[in-house]
Ligand binder design. Structure first.
Ligand SMILES: Nc1ncnc2c1ncn2[C@@H]1O[C@H](COP(=O)(O)OP(=O)(O)OP(=O)(O)O)[C@@H](O)[C@H]1O
Length: 238
C-alpha cells in the first residue's frame, strides 16, 4: 500500500528544469530509499514534497494533493522533514531547539520517546546546539521532529559526514522510528541503505532510473555502477 504517490513531478530552479517527470510511491510502512549520484535531484524532490519549491505534476499524500499547499499545511498533515543541513538553531541550547519544535499542546510532546532514542539530547540540554558534534546535531535535528506525531518522515542524508560508528547509531535510531512511521530516506551510504531500506528508488538527472527491492539493486553490479557510481565486481556487500 502506498502512502505517498508522486506522479510526473516537475520542478524548475533558476530557469533550468531539474526534475523532468519523477514518478514513484512511498509505502505506508518501512523505509523507502531515494538514491542517485550527486546533483540528480534527490533534495529537490524532498523539498517539492514539503512545498518548499513550486512544482507541477502530482504529489498525493493519503489521497490528498499536496501540490499548491504551503509548507506549514504540509507539515500539519503530519509530514516531518529533517533537511540535509539539519537546520538547528546554533545559538540556542538543545532544550530551546526542542522547545521550539513542540506541538501546540505541550503535554503531548514525546520527550520520553525522543530521550530514549537519543539520550545525549537530555544530557546536553543546556549546551548550545552550535557546539554539538555533527552526530549530536543530527540527533537533535531528528529528535525535535519526533516530538510531534508524524505520519511520514522525509530525511535527507542523515549520516552525511559522520564517522562510521555515529552513522550506525543514527541509522539504528531511524530504523527504530521506522517501526511506527514510514520514512523516505535520501542516503549516499549504501551500507546504511542496505540495513534500513526494503525498497529503493534511483534518480538519474531528474528522472527515475530504477525502482525495486534494495537487495536486488545492490546485488546488481551493472546497475550500481551505472546509477550510483559504485564499482564492485559483485555489487555492494557491506
Ligand atoms: N536553487 C537552485 N537554483 C538553481 N539550481 C539548483 C538550485 N538548487 C539545486 N539546483 C540544481 O539542481 C540539481 C539537483 O540538485 P539536488 O540538490 O536536488 O541534487 P541531489 O541529488 O540532492 O544532490 P546531492 O546528492 O549532491 O545532495 C543540481 O544540478 C543543483 O545544482
Amino acid at each position: 500500500m502506498s502512502l505517498l504517490e508522486i506522479a510526473d513531478l516537475r520542478v524548475s530552479l533558476g530557469g533550468s528544469a531539474i526534475l523532468h517527470g519523477v514518478t514513484f510511491d512511498v509505502a505506508a510502512s518501512g523505509v523507502t530509499a531515494l538514491l542517485g549520484r550527486n546533483g540528480v535531484g534527490k533534495t529537490t524532490t524532498a523539498k517539492a514534497i514539503l512545498g518548499l519549491y513550486a512544482s507541477a505534476g502530482s504529489i498525493r499524500f493519503d489521497g490528498r494533493e499536496l501540490i499548491g499547499l504551503p509548507t506549514y499545511a504540509v507539515a500539519r498533515l503530519g509530514i516531518g522533514y529533517v533537511p540535509e543541513d539539519r537546520g538547528v538553531f546554533s545559538a540556542l541550547t538543545v532544550a530551546e531547539n526542542m522547545r521550539l519544535a513542540e506541538p501546540r499542546d505541550r503535554a503531548t510532546a514525546a520527550y520520553d520517546y525522543v530521550y530514549e532514542l537519543f539520550p545525549v539530547l537530555k544530557h546536553r540540554a543546556a549546551q548550545s546546539a552550535g557546539t554539538l558534534s555533527g552526530g549530536e546535531q543530527q540527533m537533535l535535528a531528528i529528535g525535535r521532529i519526533l516530538l510531534r506525531p508524524n505520519r511520514l518522515l522525509v530525511v535527507d542524508e542523515p549520516t552525511k559526514g559522520l564517522s562510521p560508528k555515529v552513522a550506525a547509531e543514527v541509522a539504528h535510531a531511524l530504523k527504530e522510528v521506522a517501526r511506527t512511521v514510514p520514512i523516505l530516506l535520501i542516503e549516499q551510504n549504501l551500507g546504511v541503505v542496505r540495513t534500513m531500506a526494503g525498497r529503493s528508488v534511483v534518480l538519474d538527472t531528474g528522472r527515475v532510473a530504477h525502482r525495486g527491492e534494495t537487495r536486488d539493486l545492490l546485488a546488481n553490479p551493472v546497475l550500481t555502477n551505472q546509477l550510483l557510481g559504485v564499482s564492485t565486481a559483485n555489487g555492494v556487500s557491506s
